[in-house]
Design a protein around this ligand. Structure first.
Ligand code: KG4
Ligand code: ZN
Length: 400
């Protein structure tokens, strides 16, 4: 099955083309084309992501990212027979209507796809949520317009399920991306997923593919959000996660004395929920009481903050693993780019527990994970691709 996938839920615009095979027993994915543009530089100036700005950038980026992905996949071919290709008047009208709120997207799309053959793609998968709704809508409208143009079904994908299935995508980084064979990553059930990103902190029990139960979640800030907010308190640039990590690493390398003491919120509570807002406030009070911060103070705080997050995430995850008797632990989402967290979870692997963590380039938002979730859904739900339900953006979409 050849999948064109589109991701625009936050500040990454991504389009990929993937050939998925092997079924549920041996899923594997060949990346035919992959194009991603990170808007971090735009949002860094403002210290966070502005939804309307993200939406505008997605609309600007999508047409040329699509061309890049199609070209890599050798699917960007000029139409020899008819000059107009699939662009007939009726389709143009429908596409214009779909894209009417997306600034110049219709014109930009027409510019790059006019006279281009319909590519051999079986399904278009697009992130429908959770995320920033204006940003999600651009991707959805773009996907729908392509679906009309090429008569290809369009299906919605849950971004968090994408993070879970990102562990199926193990690229061999020594190879060029379009040549890379993505290896089979079999998952044994029951599994537990810890999803840690800018907007989410969730513990999910997975009894089988497609059968998800959220057993724990944050009661306030998501872990990535806490990293970003603490970074701002330390006057570090956005996104703060990598910056905190960098300072924490320096503190460990220098073996600085541990001065700052921060709480481990809810670590001993008898449930699987999290709370990071108190930790963030504790950092604020510490800074307030401390006065001017030297570089060494910042490194010490960053290390203590990171240690606190690691302690809480590891402890709660262990509790769920014990409760569920899981055979596999999946840890995914942008925050697992954090080295200390990654090492701490990798160390939990035993003969009875397989730990799956996506490669670094698969941990942050991308379109390949949307393709992998689409494939899994097509295997677990026989009507997934034929369903014609209207796709709507849902900023709060939950796994169920
Ligand atoms: O999954 P993701 O790319 O986007 C969302 O769906 O939110 O996650 C982005 C989050 C940001 O909060 C960012 O600061 C955090 O992941 N992050 C990190 C690191 N790299 C990215 N947090 C801690 N340490 C890192 N190295
Ligand atoms: Zn994400």
């Amino acid at each position: 099955m050849i999948i064109l996938s589109i991701e625009t839920s936050c500040d990454e615009t991504a389009v990929s083309i993937v050939e998925a095979k092997g079924g549920l027993t041996e899923p594997h994915f060949d990346v035919l084309g992959n194009a991603l543009f990170s808007q971090i530089a735009t949002h860094a100036k403002y210290g966070g992501v502005f939804p309307m700005m993200a939406k505008r950038e997605h609309a600007q980026n999508l047409p040329h990212l699509l061309v890049t992905a199609l070209t890599e996949a050798k699917l960007y071919n000029k139409n020899q027979e008819s000059k107009d290709g699939p662009w007939n008047e009726e389709k143009c009208g429908v596409m214009q209507k779909i894209l009417e709120r997306e600034n110049d997207l219709y014109e930009d799309l027409k510019n790059v796809l006019e006279n281009v053959q319909k590519p051999e793609i079986d399904v278009i998968a697009v992130t429908a949520g959770p995320g920033l709704e204006p940003a999600l809508w651009v991707g959805i409208s773009f996907a729908k317009a392509l679906g009309v143009l090429w008569d290809i079904p369009v299906v919605p994908v849950n971004h968090m399920e994408g993070h879970i299935t990102s562990v199926l995508l193990k690229t061999d980084e020594r190879l060029m991306i379009h040549e890379s064979r993505i290896l089979n990553q079999k998952i044994q059930f029951p599994a537990v997923a810890l999803l840690i990103s800018g907007g989410h902190t969730e513990l999910v029990e997975i009894s089988d593919w497609g059968k998800y139960k959220i057993v724990g979640q944050t009661r306030d800030d998501a872990v990535g959000e806490a990293f970003d907010k603490v970074a701002r308190m330390l006057s570090l640039p956005y996104p703060g996660g990598p910056e905190i990590s960098r300072l924490a690493e320096i503190a460990r390398t220098k073996n600085l004395p541990k001065v700052a003491k921060l709480p481990r919120p809810m670590i001993h509570s008898d449930n699987f929920d999290f709370s990071f807002s108190g930790l963030k406030t504790a950092v604020l009070y510490y800074i307030h009481d401390h006065g001017d911060l030297s570089e060494i103070d910042k490194e010490d705080i960053a290390r203590e903050f990171e240690d606190s997050v690691v302690d809480v995430l590891v402890e709660k995850t262990k509790m769920v693993l014990t409760e569920t008797g899981a055979k596999t632990l999946i840890v995914a989402g942008g925050v697992i780019s954090n080295k200390k967290l990654r090492e701490s979870f990798e160390q939990m692997e035993t003969a009875d527990l397989c730990v799956k963590i996506p490669g670094k380039n698969m941990a942050t938002d991308n379109a390949l994970m949307i393709a992998s979730a689409c494939y899994i859904n097509s295997l677990t739900n026989s009507s997934f691709i034929s369903e014609k339900a209207e796709i709507v953006a849902n900023g709060n979409l939950r796994l169920s």
